[in-house]
Design a binder for this molecule. Structure first.
Ligand code: SF4
Ligand code: SF4
Length: 176
């Protein structure tokens, strides 16, 4: 009889404890996100694939196609091509893509970029049926962002003033 009462009380206590947990969570704010109908707010430090940073001055990218990132990338997944800007000695990237299926998100490409042209995106909804689908056209992505922001799709840098030559000539005359 004693064992029967003890078992009943233990069962009743378990029931109350379980109900307590249910009631506690019933009144707490809901944290479940109804994905894909709702989007997640990613942490500012979240690392999605790399993408171009939009320069607030030009409304475009800062990549000069130096290929530092491509040479540094341990996975060799970056492909960048550039063209010379007419009237200057500068180059400007015209294509930039990464094979995200092999990217380790190490961040070396972001670190070595001399113009701080790259950043990590907050993209978390990537899916594909083949590895080819994971090749991300960063330039196309930039253009889509520019369209969404109402910016012109490409703003080439202003041609450099040819200022160095007269100075060099003047210093040569002073020496002779
Ligand atoms: S994050 Fe690392 S692996 Fe990915 S593209 Fe940049 S350098 Fe390469
Ligand atoms: S992203 Fe930076 S490091 Fe890579 S090619 Fe462009 S300027 Fe050079």
């Amino acid at each position: 009889m004693k064992a029967y009462v003890k078992e009943t009380l233990t069962g009743f206590y378990s029931l109350l404890a379980g109900l307590g947990v249910t009631i506690r969570y019933f009144v707490k704010p809901i944290v479940t996100v109804q994905y894909p109908r709702e989007k997640l707010d990613m942490s500012p430090r979240y690392r999605g694939h790399t993408e171009f940073l939009i320069d607030p001055e030009t409304g475009s990218h800062r990549c000069n196609a130096c290929e530092n990132c491509a040479r540094t990338c341990p996975s060799g997944v970056i492909t960048v091509t550039g063209v010379k800007v007419p009237g200057t000695k500068k180059k400007r990237a015209v294509t930039y893509s990464i094979d995200y299926s092999l990217c380790s998100l190490c961040g070396l490409c972001v670190e070595v970029c001399p113009t701080h042209a790259l950043k990590f995106s907050n993209e978390y909804r990537l899916a594909g049926y083949s590895r080819q689908d994971m090749i991300i056209d960063i330039m196309a992505r930039l253009k889509a962002q520019q369209r969404a922001l109402g910016l012109p799709e490409e703003v080439p840098p202003a041609p450099e003033a040819e200022a160095a030559a007269p100075e060099a000539a003047a210093s040569g005359e002073a020496e002779s």
